[in-house]
Design a protein around this ligand. Structure first.
Ligand code: ADP
Ligand code: ADP
Length: 221
């Protein structure tokens, strides 16, 4: 039931001033239906992992095996990347437009998602008429619109203030579970990682670059 296997992955960036070992001998699995968080201080390679999984860069060594039927990967970023001149409905349809999959069926599916997750009354509003938390919900629904099995979330709440983060992160985790998606989230907020995910992977860069990876299995209910 693994949807993704990462085996002995390393990544070294070569630059003019030398090289940076961003990842060293990293291995982990992600199972179907899990929300896995990757936490660690900045510079320890979290974004590098997501970029490799997304296929944006290649690992230096090691391999990555996908077992998802639908190869689509959904990406959700720090900032919501909504277009302020498009309505909420038209923002959510962007991914489907790019893939030329806009149809009556896909439109009504997306419209139902907005209804289900409390945005039904805002379809014809513009992003700047919504709160930050609502915009992140719209961003997630836009990501879900193309029906990816696997979601990659890169610090999705860092643009929100601390009070709304708690509620919004909870809402987002509920939507991911309800839609039966698998997600990998990168964050530097350990509390957020623990409250949202079934498993937390901690990347450590002490004493030098990454030396160890601990896979914490949370067993509390
Ligand atoms: P995090 O997301 O945990 O902050 P990153 O994956 O962004 O960590 O970076 C890991 C390390 O790799 C850092 O030392 C960073 O400076 C370096 N790095 C990241 N991207 C590049 C790049 N394109 N070229 C050179 N070095 C990079
Ligand atoms: P969130 O926690 O999702 O950021 P808020 O706490 O800011 O949401 O808002 C709570 C509720 O107030 C929203 O679910 C929505 O029903 C309503 N709301 C927020 N912003 C607006 C707005 N600009 N216009 C109308 N209603 C709004």
């Amino acid at each position: 039931k693994a949807i993704l296997e990462i085996r002995n992955m390393s990544k070294t960036y070569h630059t003019l001033d030398g090289e940076t070992k961003a990842l060293y001998n990293l291995s982990f699995n992600v199972n179907h239906g899990e929300i896995v968080s990757i936490v660690g201080p900045s510079g320890c390679g979290k974004s590098t992992i997501l970029s490799i999984i997304a296929g944006l860069i290649k690992p230096t060594t090691g391999e990555i095996v996908f077992h998802n039927k639908n190869k689509d990967i959904g990406y959700m970023f720090q900032s919501d990347h909504l277009f302020n001149w498009r309505t909420i409905m038209d923002n959510v349809l962007i991914g489907l437009e790019i893939q030329k999959k806009v149809s009556d069926e896909s439109k009504s599916r997306v419209s139902n998602l907005l209804d289900t997750y409390g945005l039904g009354d805002f379809k014809n509003h513009y992003p700047n008429q919504l709160s930050g938390g609502m915009r992140q919900r719209v961003a997630l629904i836009r990501t879900l619109a193309t029906e990816p099995d696997l979601l990659l979330l890169d610090e999705p709440f860092s643009a929100l203030d601390y009070q709304s983060r708690l509620k919004v992160s909870d809402d987002i985790a509920k939507i991911i579970r309800q839609e039966k998606k698998t997600a990998i989230m990168v964050t530097h907020d350990i509390a957020e990682a623990i409250s949202m995910s079934s498993r937390v992977i901690v990347l450590s860069n002490r004493p030098a670059k990454i030396k160890s990876i601990h896979d914490i299995k949370l067993t509390c209910n």
